[in-house]
Design a protein around this ligand. Structure first.
Ligand code: HEC
Length: 145
């Protein structure tokens, strides 16, 4: 009997967490900041099989991406240096030209490649890099002064 009831609770919980994302009664904090809702949605339920107790486990936060290490691990340094123009502009020059709001645009440029901003030489595209990695690289580049 105990087994059945905990199975039922589990089923109900799974149903609840998989339910319609546009539920009407979201706390204000969630509708203001969708990240809170997203973080909550990622919570996993852990069931203690001995007692049937259900606890909520929050996965550890993803590691903060180190843009400098990502750049060192990619081909960027073949064309860019921090202070000196090589094939592409020096990162210090890029940092002077752009602000934080340009991060998504620059991340896309790294992924897609392109030319015309600094000259006619194109930057090679990097389709294998994730958007997240590209953004981490740009964030690092913008700190180079
Ligand atoms: C084949 C040489 C080459 C490689 C490899 C390369 N770049 Fe570039 N990069 C360029 C050139 C050339 C430009 C200037 C493009 C232009 O004028 O629009 C550029 C421009 C940029 C810009 C400024 C974009 C803009 O629109 O102002 C950023 C940021 C950048 N590169 C980051 C990177 C990162 C990060 C990597 C590694 C993942 C990388 N680049 C790899 C050649 C390269």
């Amino acid at each position: 009997m105990k087994k059945i009831s905990s199975a039922l609770i589990l089923a109900a919980l799974c149903y609840a967490c998989g339910s319609n994302p546009s539920e009407p009664k979201k706390p204000i904090s969630e509708s203001v900041n969708p990240q809170i809702g997203a973080a909550k949605a990622k919570k996993a339920f852990v069931v203690d099989t001995a007692t049937g107790a259900v606890t909520v486990a929050t996965p550890p936060p993803p590691p903060v991406k180190d843009g400098k290490a990502l750049i060192a691990g990619a081909d960027c340094l073949a064309c860019h240096q921090e202070k000196t123009k090589l094939v592409g502009p020096a990162y210090a020059e890029v940092a002077k030209k752009y602000k934080e709001k340009d991060i998504p645009k620059l991340a896309k440029k790294i992924k897609d490649g392109g030319s015309g901003v600094w000259g006619e030489i194109p930057m090679a595209p990097h389709p294998a890099l994730s958007e997240e990695d590209c953004e981490a690289m740009v964030k690092y580049i913008l700190t180079i002064k």
